[in-house]
Design a protein around this ligand. Structure first.
Ligand code: NI
Length: 392
């Protein structure tokens, strides 16, 4: 059903080899030097104009049309601090580092799309961005500070997506991925002897109550039909079994879509944490750090993306994905330039390739790579056509 063009077909084996090579050499945020060098070398050899060192380790390859709109295709390059649990021949060679989100595939697809686009005689410009540090480290902001978005009319990007079967493409206008803010709470008590709790103020008991009480913010204060999540992901306190410590530190994540709800969360969480801690003779210090805004796909660009997806996999394989409370720094570009972020189905349960993203057993069906690559090419072409028409 998938329609691949000849140039993508010709580059397919190299694309898969590149993905596997990158998978063996995962690099964390802002340390993607090997990856970036490899990308730059491949694209220079293919005759593209390459700018390296964008936002740290980022790379931009440009295909310039004489006039017309400029489309940016974005791929992210960073891996995760995870020990891979895999039998694959291409498993990570670096202990404690793994491409567990599919960014190795994103790079391979974007490199291949860039190489194919050179020969397409475009009526506009395409900039292919290899972004550093997507995993919560501000890579998109760094690219923007370095001028990576200047002169761009449309931004497009894909994520390989194990929530969808390989062969499908998920396109949705409007809200797609949540805003991601960080929460840090320090519960200050007064340390003492584990056998004499009355002489201390126990921050561990207070922290336990705070963790539970924070869940009531979403359960009791937020409309049940409005998506919101508060997750406490780490609890640190104490050293010994018989000692009450001075402090406990909690960290967590806050996920929302609605801007007003997002703005209200720091006050709500602070009030509950402080109130509960105070009731137990402790004191809570609450800090909320704003992270990525929600990914909101522009309706016009989503329509362009849908057309591109139909070209590649056919109408019946283009699906409308559920929004997810996961986050993505594509959102940062969309605050400045209209764009669309698209999910490329990559799971194959029959082959055991259906583990969730960020799992130590994550892997995807490589048949998704030519589909995603072809989609990027089609998306650039469709966007140039649509925007070119709009510009007259
Ligand atoms: Ni990712």
């Amino acid at each position: 059903m998938t329609r691949l063009s000849d140039d993508v077909r010709a580059l397919q084996a190299e694309m898969i080899a590149l993905r596997r090579e990158l998978h063996q050499h995962p690099e964390l945020a802002y340390a993607e030097t090997r990856t970036a060098a490899r990308v730059a070398a491949l694209l220079e050899a293919a005759g593209l104009e390459v700018r390296a060192g964008v936002g740290g380790t980022g790379v931009i390859a440009s295909i310039r049309g004489r006039r017309g709109p400029a489309v940016l295709l974005r791929a992210d390059m960073d891996a995760l601090p995870i020990q891979e649990d895999s039998e694959a021949s291409y498993a990570s060679l670096v202990p404690g580092r793994m491409h567990a989100c599919g960014h190795d595939g994103h790079v391979a697809m974007a490199v291949t799309a860039a190489r194919a686009l050179v020969g397409r005689g475009l009526a506009g410009s395409v900039r292919v961005l290899f972004q550093p540090a997507e995993e919560g480290e501000g890579g998109a902001q760094a690219v923007i500070r370095d001028g990576g978005l200047e002169g761009v009319d449309v931004v497009m990007g894909v994520h390989l997506w194990n929530e969808l079967p390989v062969g499908t493409i998920g396109v949705k206008e409007g809200p797609l991925m949540a805003a991601v803010d960080r929460l840090r709470i320090v519960i200050h008590g007064r340390g003492g002897h584990g056998g004499k709790p009355h002489r201390a103020a126990d921050p561990i008991v207070a922290a336990a109550q705070v963790v539970v009480a924070l869940q009531t913010v979403v359960a009791r204060e937020v409309s049940p039909i409005e998506p919101a999540v508060v997750t406490i992901g780490s609890v640190h306190g104490g050293q010994a079994f018989n000692v009450i410590p001075d402090d406990v530190v909690l960290t967590g994540t806050i996920r929302t879509f609605d801007p007003a709800l997002r703005r209200s969360m720091p006050e709500r969480l602070t009030r509950v944490a402080r109130g509960v801690a105070e009731a137990l003779r402790c004191r809570a210090e609450v800090e909320v750090k704003a992270g990525n805004p929600p990914v909101i796909n522009h309706p016009d660009i989503a329509e362009i993306a849908r057309r591109a997806a139909v070209r590649v996999v056919g109408e019946e394989k283009v699906v409308r994905p559920e929004p997810t409370m996961g986050g993505e720094d594509m959102a940062v570009y969309f605050e400045q330039v209209p764009g669309c972020f698209v999910f490329v189905g990559s799971s194959n349960a029959a082959r055991g390739l259906d583990q969730p993203h960020h799992s130590p057993r994550f892997d995807f069906d490589e048949d998704a790579l030519p589909i995603g690559c072809e989609f990027l090419i089609a998306a650039a072409e469709e966007a140039i056509r649509a925007r070119g028409d709009a510009k007259g």
